[in-house]
Design a protein around this ligand. Sequence first.
Ligand SMILES: C[S@@+](CC[C@H](N)C(=O)[O-])C[C@H]1O[C@@H](n2cnc3c(N)ncnc32)[C@H](O)[C@@H]1O
Length: 247
Amino acid sequence: MEVKINKEKTIIAAMFNSIAANYDKLNHILSLGIDKYWRSVLIKEVLKDKPYTALDIACGTGDITIALMKRGVKATGLDIADKMLERAITKSKKSMKSLRHKSGKQYFLPEYICASAHQLPFDKEVFDLVTIGFGIRNFEHRGESLLEMQRVLKPGGRLAILEFATPRNYLWRNIYNIYFLKILPYIGKIISGDNNAYSYLPSSVGTFPQYKEFSRELEHFGYVNIEMKILTGGVSVLYTAKKMKSD
Ligand SMILES: C[S@@+](CC[C@H](N)C(=O)[O-])C[C@H]1O[C@@H](n2cnc3c(N)ncnc32)[C@H](O)[C@@H]1O
């Protein structure tokens, strides 16, 4: 079923709030657990820069934010959906308890903020790292958001974006599309009870610029050192870029 894409902030927030209770479970079921691997690739990549402060935009239930917290990064999670944030807060506190039991290393409980990516409530140049996992395709104002991320990044800081794509190999794309366009929306609807959210997913991926097209967009907004890592035959892509260093 083709779904009309409406990325208005309140509509997107309401949609994610309605699936917040089942989001993690559905993520793992629908991706056959591969979503954990995709996020782990992002974490491994961004830790190479040894970031101290990080902003995880569209943090949802906090999986990336918490993974950063577990590595000692001072992370902030930001999202427009308050119910998703409530779960992120609960999960963070739980993870923090087990971390404190384990070692004497210093960990920082993430701060969570309900705000939109295109109006970040932070001073300029405060984060070493900005991450977004499967969120940017939903942004109402993508260009403004990319500029905002650049504003809050320190010079030389890194942006890392995980997003779905459409596999380029003909055979794999056809097999994958049967699942993604037909089976996934059906299972998503049954488990979440939401008619729209899991039909919206394939439609939103279909309208998002992919691979080189999105890399060019990053370049257009002033990012440098743009790289992409294609994951699971192109089902998902990790884009990384840097904010130019000042002279
Ligand atoms: C598919 S979830 C991804 C959550 C998490 N990053 C993950 O990896 O599971 C997308 C999230 O983007 C958030 N979102 C959508 N538009 C946003 C915006 N303009 N600003 C901030 N968050 C937004 C939604 O509320 C939702 O929680």
